[in-house]
Design a binder for this molecule. Structure first.
Ligand SMILES: [Zn+2]
Length: 336
């Protein structure tokens, strides 16, 4: 396993601030910690909340990230397998992705409520996948504006029945409780700016890559770029859009400037362009192997046995997703 190009590591926290084990950190302490370490680009505190609060870290002033597990959904993890974030402005809060169940979503909401009582005005989904949108229902009581790529609604609605059936089976009845398909009430086409009071989020829809409805978000106050599942680290990338489109977009993103990026799966914060490189290498290995095999007249079945297997030791969940990725890539590349 290659170590990810993380710029934050929980191990370095005790040097800055004692981690409060098992007891909830008080708001006053959280504010004090935030003020004390406002100049540090690293994590300033890592509160460990009670079980019904998602654990979150403040990676930049007012920017909080919960790191999901590198697992498939299960009754035990309650669909808590992707990163979920929130940004606190002077007037309101925006949530970026809501985890993979209403139960996990409400744990995220509880974590937000431990940090701030400001209204949750926006719930943004980076794309349609269940591990990023199935917690949306936990925020219904806040009556937020749900925000997503223009193509998210069509993509999610057409897959809803299948997504619900698979997740009911994998999560089990308890963790599945309360899940609802909630589509965006604000569909973004191009660029949209959301004002949280004293800070803005700039949303940009992206061309087909991981899916056909990926959207990136920049918090302009801290220059933090949320990439959703356009960036996987540690967790093997999953392809549900276009492998050629994804590689082209990563090329563009690698030339961007940002103080930090937040992946959809991986550490809480990383640096450009190094953060993108393992994923670029993985996708490029599939493309070059599949193109060669197609040229040699090999079948899809042949490809699923060999293409991209040089990457096997570099990723978690490789065996769960890689063959599907090769299958999708083969279907795209055989028509070149
Ligand atoms: Zn995804």
């Amino acid at each position: 396993m290659r170590s990810p190009a993380a710029i934050t590591s929980p191990r370095r926290i005790p040097e800055f601030f004692p981690v409060c084990e098992l007891s909830p950190i008080s708001r006053r302490n959280a504010v004090k910690a935030a003020l004390a370490f406002a100049a540090s680009p690293f994590l300033r505190y890592v509160p460990t909340y009670a079980a019904d609060h998602a654990e979150v870290s403040e990676i930049a002033p007012g920017v909080f990230v919960h790191q999901g597990r590198y697992e498939m959904q299960s009754p035990e993890n309650r669909g808590d397998m992707a990163n979920a974030c929130f940004v606190v402005g002077n007037e309101s809060v925006a949530v970026i992705d809501t985890l993979g169940s209403a139960v996990a979503g409400s744990e995220l909401r509880n974590a937000i409520r431990t940090v701030t009582s400001k209204p949750i005005r926006y719930v943004i989904n980076t794309h349609m996948h269940p591990d990023h949108v199935f917690g949306n229902a936990a925020f219904k009581e806040d009556n937020p504006i749900y925000v997503g790529h223009l193509k998210l609604a069509r993509g999610l609605a057409s897959r809803a029945e299948r997504y619900l059936a698979i997740n009911k089976q994998m999560l089990g009845d308890n963790a599945f409780q309360g899940i609802e398909i909630i589509l965006p009430t604000l569909a973004v086409n191009g660029t949209e700016t959301l004002d949280l009071g004293g800070r803005s989020l700039v949303l940009e829809t992206q061309p087909t890559a991981h899916t056909d409805n990926d959207m990136t978000i920049t918090d302009t106050a801290t220059d933090t770029l949320f990439l959703g599942d356009l960036l996987f680290s540690v967790h093997v990338p999953t392809l549900d859009g276009s492998i050629k489109g994804w590689l082209a977009l990563l090329d563009d993103l690698s030339r961007k400037q940002a103080a930090r990026v937040v992946p959809g799966h991986g550490p809480k914060a990383m640096e450009l362009p190094g953060a993108l490189e393992p994923e670029q290498r993985y996708l490029a290995a599939i493309v070059s192997d599949v193109r060669r095999l197609i040229k040699e007249g090999k079948t899809l079945e042949d490809a699923t046995r060999v293409a991209g297997f040089s990457e096997r030791d570099a990723w978690k969940l490789f065996d769960q997703y890689h063959v599907r990725n090769v299958t999708a890539a083969f279907a795209e590349l055989e028509w070149e």
